[in-house]
Design a protein around this ligand. Structure first.
Ligand code: GLC
Ligand code: CA
Length: 568
């Protein structure tokens, strides 16, 4: 590690490039399932530090760290007890600083997850609110209301939480508090100035410690209109028109982010932020990405799309236009900790790979998808399509957010016994949805050994036997592995990265997408199953075997300037 006062060259580069995020590749670490250094079954910061060389070799520009704060893990850490500390189960603040130094020393930036919509019920403020009387200042930091019915025995409104079950819980003195998620996640009242000030302090706390940016959880939820009488809603997503729902995507929420922007801009380079904002339309989402606001927003459109040329093309075209209009760059996501991994979605025989089906359309939340029974899953096909989709994603302008384990081509773990499940979405919605544990199983690092090298003390969610073949060790040795595909793709992406635009090259086929970036970098995806003729040019990377023609469900990259035809 660099101990001198003079920053090394990697750190200097990190200091001067204010636009680094526009086309970055960001790798999401779900800390409890990444690497466990002390062998207690839970991933930790030391584990992340030990894998910095792995991340560097992979070629990512930044790490997004999901919550690592003190938490009872009622919702995998998205229930925060203290926003300015590290969970002792995971590490210490000193180790956090060491991790930032190690990442920066490797030229990798770090974004932390900030959870402003709700705290945990163990947060000092919520404990204070419980102890304080109705109408007190302590209660005003959250959303407490009297009940309805003759004796206040009914909740203030009929709202159901996003994880199922009522969105209101009653406290001993008879009042009720609002929680859009579990009852351990009381919603903050963002009309309260103390709440606003405390989050300013938190943003500065982590920015001062060197973090490069923030991923903003439920960014569309903070501002709420709770004017009485509260409307009745069969789902929280009722009252469809933009700005009409009392809980989500209200226009006033952008005042909060304009305030945050002033804080981000106090730093050099300015801290960045990316919004998790589930909005009705893509143009509403782009408001979160405005340079006067958070600056970037997750675009989940591809994640919700079928594996098919037409929707991919429409989504890409629309989002590039919106990004240009907003001054932001667009983002792409195929997997994260809330949805079934994309090889599994693409391998389901009864669907084309869209995470947006059935119940999910109602609640507009990708994880509300029933689990995949094994006999309906074609694993090889799912992975083939996933590799093709990823290579297309990585050829696009804008930034790509990757989720840990996708570089190994991991499938969703569908075989977790009920008694081992942890996700509140599973427990609060029994029999309706399987929850998100299947994409949160600790990573396999080695072919054999305790927990496949995750740690010496086993894994907090059970790993299936097939993880052996998907381990870093196994894939490292195989030149055709998904890991080596990602490494080569990220290396080339750095080399080829160019202006944030593309042109479509018409192929005369409705199952093939062919795009060209301004420097001549091309990507061609055959979404169909029949082979098609190879376009001219030098192939520098392919998502699967290519010989003579472009096989189905395969993407190739063509180098700029090359014009010799044929296969690589
Ligand atoms: C976000 C997170 C999800 C969490 C929820 C509540 O959607 O991505 O994991 O459960 O917010 O914080
Ligand atoms: Ca540990």
């Amino acid at each position: 590690m660099n101990t001198s006062l003079v920053p090394d060259t990697e750190t200097v580069t990190l200091l001067i490039d204010a636009d680094w995020w526009r086309q970055a590749t960001v790798y999401q670490v779900y800390p409890r399932s990444f690497a466990d250094a002390n062998g207690d079954g839970i991933g930790d910061l030391r584990g992340i530090i030990s894998r910095v060389p792995y991340l560097r070799r992979l070629g990512v520009d930044a790490v997004w760290l999901s919550p690592f704060y003190p938490s009872a893990l009622a919702d995998g850490g998205y229930d925060v007890d203290d926003y300015r500390d590290v969970d002792p189960k995971i590490g210490t603040l000193a180790e956090f600083d060491e991790m930032v130094t190690a990442l920066h020393g490797a030229g990798i930036r770090i974004i932390v997850d900030i959870v402003p919509n709700h705290s945990s019920d163990r947060h000092a403020w919520f404990q204070e609110a419980l102890a304080a009387p109705a109408g007190s200042a302590a209660r005003d930091r959250y959303i407490f209301r009297d009940g309805t019915g003759e004796n206040g025995e009914l909740p203030p409104a009929d709202w159901q939480s996003i994880f199922g079950g009522p969105a209101w819980t009653r406290v001993p003195d008879g009042q009720w508090y609002l929680h859009l998620f579990t009852k351990e996640q009381p919603d903050f009242n963002w009309d309260n100035e103390e709440v606003r000030e405390d989050f300013r302090t938190t943003l500065r706390f982590w920015s001062d410690r060197g973090v490069d940016g923030f991923r903003v959880d439920v960014a569309h939820g903070l501002a709420k209109d709770l004017t009485e009488p509260l409307p009745s809603m069969s789902t929280l997503m009722d009252l469809t028109g933009p700005g009409e729902n009392p809980l989500f995507d209200r226009d006033e929420v952008h005042d909060i982010y304009a305030d945050w922007r002033r804080i981000f801009d106090e730093y050099t380079p300015p801290r960045i932020a990316v919004a998790e904002a589930w909005t009705r339309t893509a143009d509403r989402r782009m408001r979160y990405a405005s340079p006067e606001g958070l600056g970037q927003a997750f675009n989940f459109d591809l994640l919700q799309a079928d594996f098919a040329a037409a929707p991919f093309r429409t989504i890409i075209t629309e989002n590039l236009a919106l990004a240009e209009a907003s001054g932001s760059s667009t983002t792409w996501v195929l997997s994260n900790h809330d949805v079934q991994r994309h090889p599994t979605r693409y391998g389901l025989t009864d669907a084309d790979g869209s995470a947006d089906s059935g119940i999910m359309q109602v609640a507009s939340k990708a994880w509300l998808l029933a689990g995949a029974p094994e006999d309906e899953l074609d694993r090889a096909r799912g992975l083939r399509r996933a590799r093709a989709a990823t290579l297309l994603e990585l050829a696009l302008p804008g930034s790509a957010y990757l989720y840990q384990g996708e570089e190994l081509g991991l499938h969703e773990v569908t075989e977790i016994p009920d008694e081992d499940r942890q996700d509140p979405a599973f427990f609060r919605n029994k029999g309706v949805e399987i929850g998100r544990d299947g994409c949160r199983v600790p990573l396999p690092w080695t072919h054999a050994g305790p927990s496949f090298g995750f740690g010496d003390g086993g894994a907090h969610l059970p790993q299936p036997a097939w993880f052996a073949d998907f381990s870093v060790e196994a894939e490292d040795a195989d030149p055709t592995s998904t890991l080596n595909l990602y490494r080569e793709a990220l290396r080339l992406r750095h080399e080829l990265q160019t202006d944030e635009s593309l042109e479509w090259i018409e192929t005369g086929r409705d199952d093939v997408l062919h795009l060209r970036r301004p420097n001549g970098w091309e990507s061609v995806t055959n979404f169909g199953t029949d082979p098609v003729a190879l376009p001219p040019g030098r192939i520098v990377l392919a998502s699967g075997p290519v010989a003579g023609d472009l096989p189905g469900e395969t993407t190739i990259w063509i180098a700029p300037g090359g014009d010799e035809g044929g296969a690589a």
